[in-house]
Structure formats: structure tokens, C-alpha cells
Design a protein around this ligand. Structure first.
Ligand code: GH3
Ligand code: MG
Ligand code: MG
Length: 307
């Protein structure tokens, strides 16, 4: 279940509920909310300790969304059942009018009763939807995963680098690389924001396929990614970075019959003892700046030995 799917489901539910004014018992409303709370706590558990297992994190994230969606559907079905009851009440009232003299005041009273049931249900349904939407928002805010691309987000990067830099010394070599999509503003302007989003997903899928399990991918900003490469030397880091750059520039993305060419620039640096997350990122950023200055679609590095 993608975020957009979920949002449209929630919107659809909201619209359906408004149209099919319905009854929703207190118990099942509480049930929905509790279920959503469980989903949020699942997401909160995807923390630094589990950061090594992106598949696990992604699965838990997707499952939590599925839980919300399933519960939304169940709640909607219950709502429909209650609505049927209201319709029956309506019908019974009308049927009572047959074969007897119409007692207008008592009929009016019955319709007023149904009317008041209905408006109560609209209020309740609105409350459920408001809370549901809030839970989805919290789900995303508390997660370590980026909702669009499903790679780790900046919050996860901060905690991951924080842990690394807190160690007295690293037992293995570590390289950090920043990737920035070239001319992304122009691409958005030319092909639209949705095409831009698809490019972000396309690039993360490509990165996932290219990198090893131990490597970490983070969405650092809008069109910037940070990749942490463990247990490789600078030469290998350059080979990997150049492979990624070439793969991206040689793959075309077809969007609504138009083919879009995308390139990325990269900046990489090796971890030094005494580095903080800020110094490490600042060096990779400086290298990235060189790549942009030198014409984009390329890698630059920033290392002590000039490599
Ligand atoms: P440069 O080659 O120098 O990096 O230029 P650029 O256009 O890529 O960089 P700039 O910082 O000027 O613009 C970045 C653009 O990225 C602007 C913003 O609209 C777009 N962007 C950021 N986040 C998203 C997103 O989630 N989706 C889409 N479609 N666009 C995004
Ligand atoms: Mg940028
Ligand atoms: Mg850019």
C-alpha cells in the first residue's frame, strides 16, 4: 500500500461516509484508533538497532500501512451495515403508513429521530476520519523511512552517523557519498512534479539494485541522497560511484510517452577519526560542489591524500 493509495482510500472513505450517512458504534471507533496506535508503535520500533535490516524496516513500514488500510475498510464495512439498518428504519416507517390513516405528527417524529441518528453518525464518522488521518501523519513523522522512496530518511541518517562518530575508532573503512540530481528544478518544470517524484523512486530503485546489503541509502533532502559504503577502500568507492552515475545517465525514464534523461553529481569522502556527522557531510558536500562546478554528471572526492 503506497502513501498515495492510502490517502485516496482515506479520502474515498470520507466521501463515502458523508454520502452514506451511517452509524458507527463507539466500540468499533475505539477499536480503529487502538489499531492505528499499534501501527504507530510498530513504526516507532524501526529504530537505530534495526537500521542494518532495511528489508525488515521496509516490510514493517508497509505492513503498518496495510493494517491502517485494512482497518479502514473494516470500519467502512461496519458503517455500511449500520447504514442499512437506518434505511430499514426508514422503510419500516414508510410501510407503517400503508393501510392505515396517516398520523402526520407521529411520522414526523419518527423521521426527526432518523434525521438525528444520521447527523450523529456524520459527526462520529468525521471524528474517526480526523483521527485516522492524524495517525497516518504521525506514522510518517515517527518513521525512519522516507514515505516516497522507502529508503532511510534524514532522521535515520543523523542517528546512524551519530552512532558511528561516537565510536573511538572504526574497525573498517567507511566512505560517505552525497548524490544530487542535476537540474531537477528544470525537470520538474518541464515534466511536472509527479514525473519528478517518479524519478526519485526510479533512482532509489536503481541504487538498491546496485549497492550491497551492508551499504546504506538515505534520502538526505529533496533530491539529494547520502550513501554510506562500509568496508571498501577509496578506489572501490570511486568505482561504485562512477558505476551509479553511468547507470543513471544511461537509463531513460519513460513518463507519459516522453523519455526523460537524468544525471546525478556526486561527492565522496572517507571517514576520518575525530569526524562528527557535520564534518563528514561537509566534506562530501564540498566534493559535490566541485562536481557541479566542473559540469555535473560526475564524481569528485575530498580526501587528505588528494584521492
Ligand atoms: P543542480 O543541478 O545545481 O543541483 O540544480 P537543481 O535544479 O537540481 O537544484 P535546486 O536546488 O535548484 O532545485 C532542486 C529542486 O528539487 C527544487 C524542488 O522543487 C525539487 N524537489 C525537491 N524535493 C522534491 C520532491 O520530493 N519531488 C519533486 N518532484 N521535486 C522535488
Ligand atoms: Mg540539491
Ligand atoms: Mg540538484
Amino acid at each position: 500500500m503506497e502513501k498515495d493509495d492510502l490517502k485516496s482510500l482515506v479520502t474515498q472513505m470520507y466521501e463515502d461516509l458523508l454520502q452514506n450517512i451511517n452509524s458507527q458504534t463507539e466500540a468499533s471507533k475505539e477499536e480503529v484508533i487502538n489499531y492505528l496506535k499499534d501501527a504507530v508503535s510498530t513504526i516507532e520500533k524501526i529504530n537505530e538497532e534495526e537500521i542494518d535490516s532495511i528489508e525488515h524496516a521496509r516490510l514493517a513500514f508497509t505492513n503498518a500501512y496495510k493494517v491502517i488500510a485494512d482497518k479502514s475498510i473494516t470500519s467502512y464495512k461496519e458503517t455500511n451495515a449500520h447504514f442499512e439498518k437506518l434505511t430499514q428504519m426508514h422503510e419500516e416507517t414508510v410501510n407503517q403508513c400503508e393501510n392505515v390513516l396517516i398520523d402526520l405528527p407521529s411520522i414526523k417524529e419518527k423521521f426527526d429521530e432518523i434525521q438525528s441518528h444520521m447527523s450523529n453518525e456524520v459527526t462520529r464518522a468525521n471524528e474517526v476520519i480526523t483521527k485516522l488521518t492524524q495517525q497516518v501523519k504521525e506514522l510518517e513523522e515517527n518513521s525512519n523511512l522516507d514515505a516516497l522512496t522507502k529508503v532511510f530518511n534524514r532522521r535515520a541518517l543523523n542517528s546512524y552517523l551519530g552512532n558511528i562518530c561516537a565510536k573511538k575508532e572504526l574497525k573498517h573503512e567507511l566512505h560517505l557519498m552525497i548524490l544530487d540530481i542535476d537540474d531537477f528544478k528544470r525537470i520538474n518544470d518541464e515534466f511536472g512534479h509527479i514525473a519528478g517524484d517518479k524519478i526519485l523512486i526510479f533512482i532509489t530503485n536503481l541504487l538498491r539494485k546496485t549497492l550491497r546489503d551492508g551499504d546504506k541509502i538515505f534520502r538526505y533532502g529533496g533530491e539529494e541522497f547520502v550513501i554510506v559504503l562500509n568496508r571498501i577502500d577509496t578506489e572501490a568507492c570511486k568505482i561504485i560511484a562512477n558505476r551509479i552515475i553511468k547507470l543513471i545517465s544511461s537509463n531513460q525514464l519513460i513518463y507519459r510517452t516522453k523519455s526523460i534523461n537524468v544525471t546525478v553529481s556526486a561527492g565522496a569522502t572517507k571517514f576520518r577519526s575525530g569526524d562528527t556527522p557535520d564534518t563528514l557531510i561537509a566534506r562530501a558536500d564540498k566534493a559535490l560542489y566541485k562536481s557541479k562546478q566542473n559540469g555535473k554528471n560526475q564524481l569528485s572526492t575530498e580526501n587528505e591524500d588528494g584521492n
